[in-house]
Design a protein around this ligand. Structure first.
Ligand SMILES: CC(C)(COP(=O)(O)OP(=O)(O)OC[C@H]1O[C@@H](n2cnc3c(N)ncnc32)[C@H](O)[C@@H]1OP(=O)(O)O)[C@@H](O)C(=O)NCCC(=O)NCCS
Length: 145
């Protein structure tokens, strides 16, 4: 299985914006188009499409954190039709390797808690619960790179 993180271009942006999560997961992540729009107002943001075997399957968006050397995983999703195939694990591992190469030593993310939350996923790829919440009430998770 070849999972890659690729730049989004004028030619691919429509298909990437067509990626969507399952109905019951919608409360846990913004639509891709909204994330790309928000990224344009955040100078430190960096986003990529996740491709598996040459097909777009997901989206990832980073920004820098206030703490030096810590990257913030802002948005991450795998399309509903491509979940459960190990693509998210492969994409996070690749993305974290890239962050480490850029000099980051820690990744932080935050999640909405609930029945369909991605907590189990993040724990299975090496994040731990920080036992703190963000100002907006999200549950904070961290991973050392
Ligand atoms: C979370 C998400 C990215 C996982 O994608 P995926 O492609 O199904 O994940 P993978 O197939 O790579 O699974 C990797 C591991 O995580 C586990 N896992 C995946 N989703 C899980 C969940 N919701 N709860 C518990 N474990 C989960 C898998 O069982 C698998 O474990 P294994 O490797 O030990 O077998 C996907 O469900 C998603 O896009 N959710 C909606 C958006 C979201 O919540 N994003 C994060 C917040 S920004």
């Amino acid at each position: 299985m070849g999972v890659e993180l690729r730049e989004i271009t004028a030619a691919t942006v429509r298909s990437i914006c067509g990626l969507e999560v399952a109905d019951e997961q919608r409360a846990y992540v913004a639509p891709v188009a909204v994330s790309i729009a928000q990224a344009h107002f955040e100078p430190t943001s960096m986003f990529r499409a996740v491709y598996a075997d040459d097909e777009p399957v997901g989206f990832i968006l980073w920004r820098s954190e206030e703490r030096p050397k810590s990257a913030y995983l802002w948005r991450f999703m795998i399309d509903r039709q491509h979940q459960g195939k190990g693509y998210a694990r492969a994409a996070i591992e690749r993305a974290c390797t890239e962050r480490r190469a850029l000099g980051f030593d820690k990744v932080t993310t935050s999640i909405v808690r609930g029945q369909h939350s991605p907590l189990g996923f993040y724990l299975s790829v090496g994040f731990t619960e920080a036992n703190e919440t963000t100002r907006s009430g999200e549950w904070v998770l961290r991973k050392t790179l």
